[in-house]
Design a binder for this molecule. Structure first.
Ligand code: GDP
Length: 312
């Protein structure tokens, strides 16, 4: 990738896309094609085709997606499958049609079977039933992987696929219903502290385990793989470390400085019991994460207070 190559980051305003753009800018890349979802509806095939025809990008990072936490995935299944299939079909096909040099497709760790062997190796894909709460999203992402791999097999397209673990970082979604657990708990504990509540609610039993990666680390890994990796097989991106939701809640409680009690609402779903990625392939290629969870949570809490919290 040369510094003047034309780069299109689909989803450049989102948490992942904006982190990839920051990383590339820091490295000296300058030639970005930016278009917001208001200007270009990526679900519209004709519009996406016209966009590629006009701009002819050299490199594409496909970070545009409909994403959300366990509640959103479970309650808006139609949106999750339709939006994601349309976005990725249109971009991957246009990237092939207009001869993009390389495309990186971002999937998710939820593509793996609910009861996959831990840590989850890339070879576990399609080896068992999916977690029902996010099955439509996972099916869309699996279709994206298969599309990239099929275009490589049939047309020789250099499209690569990466599977990030649970992410957090600047520009995250803090909405009570659609957010993921880490930003959700930052907001809940912060609001409980500000309003002097005696307790804050955490969904589920607290027992499920999750792995968390700072989005700046993810962006670094994506750029690393865009430069270095040219194979068909998917690559996991994570830290290789996980903690229980209860441990996460205690970490966030202490970072935020909330002194009340934590109440676990067992009526809410736990989702998959564990999804720790096997990151040995990525580590062997020469990349490892840098930001540890305690330090990452502290920095996002500062970001949250600055951007989203009007009180205190
Ligand atoms: P998942 O990794 O796809 O299950 O997505 P989430 O990040 O939404 O949820 C991870 C785990 O955290 C699940 O077991 C949730 O039940 C649990 N959790 C606890 N409190 C919350 C909360 O306030 N919001 C969300 N989204 N999840 C929560």
């Amino acid at each position: 990738m040369n510094f003047s190559d034309k780069i299109y980051i689909a989803g450049h305003n989102g948490m992942v896309g904006s982190a990839i753009k920051r990383k590339l800018q820091n490295l000296g890349y300058t030639n970005f094609i930016d278009v917001s979802s208001k200007e270009l509806d990526l679900r519209n095939q004709q519009k996406v085709d016209d966009f590629f025809k006009r701009h002819l990008p050299d490199y594409v990072f496909l970070a545009a997606a409909k994403v959300g936490g366990i509640f959103a995935n479970n309650n808006f299944k139609g949106d999750f499958i339709y939006d994601n299939l349309m976005i990725q079909n249109n971009i991957i096909n246009s990237a092939h049609h207009y001869k993009v040099k390389k495309l990186l497709f971002l999937g998710s760790s939820c593509i793996y079977p609910k009861y996959a062997n831990q840590p989850i190796n890339e070879s576990e894909l399609l080896d068992g039933k999916l977690e029902p709460t996010n099955e439509p999203y996972a099916i869309a992402k699996i279709a994206g992987i298969k599309m990239c791999q099929s275009y490589r097999d049939q047309f020789g397209a250099n499209f690569i696929c990466v599977m990030p673990t649970n992410l957090y970082g600047p520009n995250d979604n803090y909405d009570h219903k659609s957010s993921h657990v880490l930003p959700a708990l930052i907001r809940k504990f912060h609001e409980a502290k500000i309003s002097n509540s005696s307790r804050a609610e955490v969904w589920g039993s607290g027992n499920p385990k999750r792995e968390f990666l700072h989005v700046d680390d993810l962006a670094a890994a994506c750029v690393f793989l865009m430069k270095k990796y040219n194979e068909k097989e998917i690559v996991n991106i994570g830290t290789g470390l996980d903690i229980s939701i209860k441990e996460l809640a205690l970490l966030i409680k202490s970072t935020v400085g909330f002194n009340g009690e934590i109440y676990f609402d067992k009526e809410k779903p736990d989702g998959t019991p564990r999804k720790l990625l096997d990151v040995s392939k990525l580590n062997n290629l020469g990349w490892k994460h840098k930001i540890n969870l305690a330090e990452g949570v502290e920095s996002v809490y500062e970001d949250y207070k600055e951007k989203y919290s009007l009180q205190e």
